[in-house]
Ligand binder design. Structure first.
Ligand code: DLL
Length: 435
């Protein structure tokens, strides 16, 4: 027996979903053509006018949009409404120092909380629940996104934000949290801590809502065992909305994309061709109801596939598989998006005593991601009996923390000690097994 927030929408027959999407897409394209300079320019270049778009059958004709667009039009240049209609902004890492910025109107925020609330309802949460939100609050969408969804179902929200594990567990025990929202790696970490402190029988969790980074079925089993609750996957990205673009239902068999708001496509990342249902490729989204910051055919770079079969829960909205990787070099370290180019930018900035030869090593130790940055020092520094190495390492560590918002271990190593490859330099070694 499934719990629905809006049964009519969640179980809408496919023809009706597509009809609704077509109507909304046509309106969205017109609105964006009138209000977003870059979109108008791309349509003009492609020889298209809004009248060429009669429904979702024309979606594939429309130009793609990219993360780089958000950088080029930083901070507000892609918004489709005047700034005084934007009631909130969020931001996430760009490929270099500048963040990418997204904005929401009041209606956008309502739509967002509604999407998260649908999932919370589906997995059996409601007014009697205590939802502990341990995603970070702030520019990151995780904290406030989960928070608003939990408020929308009338649950009692416990906004602990991220970090301070002892406080998180104490709160979970004392406040009687029945649901937990955080990254899956932090859920594992909390689980370990709960076991170590003998608290497993003191927690009352029934559900966990985990996302913002890839995780496996093995991790799900481990988290469910450690936290003694069901672990559900939630997916999203700042550019499209935040958490809740898609989420699992009670059957944990793929994440339903809320298709009345988002149209997903799977494309070949190299050719841009749309792939048949079921094939794996790059996920692309079009937002058909967003007002503040709408996007047409946004290239997420996440690799996954779509399943249009009706789910056991009765929902008709397409399910996406857990993303298995990315078609770019973005890493997600402790839930934070990190591009190797950001690290390179820091190294170039510090400059003194170091060469551009570096290697980034990511691993997972005791369920926590580690980031080690190895940089070759210059011959001059090396022959100077390596005086000042510690100072430079400290400086790079500080700059990295300020750029990425997470800690890294920096190691200055001897000149020519990082293995050279014949082709492209192997800058990143990711030893985590996530797919
Ligand atoms: O991570 C939004 C979010 C917050 C989702 C809380 C779920 C829970 P960004 O920081 O913009 O937004 O990062 C988006 O994270 O393109 C994926 O690569 C990755 N990602 C997000 N959710 C999942 C997931 C938030 N469930 C990027 N599985 C996305 C795998 C995920 N990867």
């Amino acid at each position: 027996m499934s719990n629905y927030l809006h049964k009519d929408i969640e179980t809408m027959p496919r023809e009706e979903i597509e009809k609704l999407q077509s109507e909304r897409l046509v309106k969205q394209v017109k609105r964006m053509y009138d209000n977003v300079e870059l979109f108008r320019k791309r349509m003009d270049e492609a020889g298209l006018t809004p009248d060429d778009v009669k429904g979702i059958e024309d979606l594939h004709k429309l130009p793609f949009s990219y993360k780089q667009d958000l950088r080029d039009y930083y901070p507000y240049g892609l918004f489709a409404v005047p700034m005084n209609e934007i009631v909130r902004v969020h931001a996430s890492s760009g490929t270099t120092g500048k963040k990418i910025v997204v904005g929401y109107t009041e209606n956008d925020l309502t739509m967002w909380s509604d999407c998260v609330a649908r999932m919370m309802t589906a997995i059996g949460l409601g007014k009697d629940d205590f939802v502990q939100v341990s995603y970070g609050y702030g520019l990151f969408t995780g904290g406030l996104g989960a928070h608003s969804g939990a408020e929308a179902i009338g649950a009692t929200v416990i906004p602990t934000s991220s970090g301070n594990t002892q406080m998180q567990v104490q709160t979970m025990v004392d406040f009687g949290s029945t649901a937990l929202c955080c990254t899956p790696s932090y859920a594992m970490y909390l689980g370990e801590y709960i076991a170590e402190t003998g608290n497993k029988d003191n927690i009352k969790l029934k559900a966990g809502i985990f996302g913002a980074e890839p995780w496996t079925e093995d991790m799900r089993a481990a988290i469910e065992e450690k936290l003694n609750c069901k672990a559900y996957d939630i997916y999203g990205l700042s550019e499209i909305m935040g958490p809740g673009v898609s989420c699992e239902c009670e059957y944990q068999c793929g994440m339903h994309v809320w298709e009345d708001h988002f149209i997903p496509e799977i494309i070949d990342p190299d050719t841009g061709e749309v792939l048949p249902a079921g094939e794996s490729g790059e996920l692309v989204f079009t937002t058909i109801t967003k007002e503040g910051f709408p996007l047409i055919r946004y290239r997420t770079k996440d690799i996954c596939s779509l399943n249009y079969e009706k789910c056991k829960c009765g929902r008709t909205h397409v399910r996406m598989k857990k993303p298995t990787g990315r078609s770019d070099d973005m890493l997600i370290i402790r839930g934070v998006n990190v591009f190797p180019s950001q690290i390179e930018e820091v190294l170039l900035k510090v400059g003194e005593g170091i060469t551009p030869n570096y290697q980034i090593v990511v691993d997972r130790v005791n369920n926590t991601d580690t980031l080690d940055v190895y940089v070759e020092m210059t011959e001059a520094l090396f022959s100077d009996e390596i005086r000042g190495v510690e100072k430079i390492e400290k400086k790079i560590t500080e700059e990295l923390r300020s750029m990425l918002g997470i800690g890294a271990k920096v190691h200055l190593v001897n000149p020519k000690s990082i293995a050279r490859s014949e082709g492209k330099a192997k800058r990143v070694i990711d030893n985590r097994k996530l797919s």
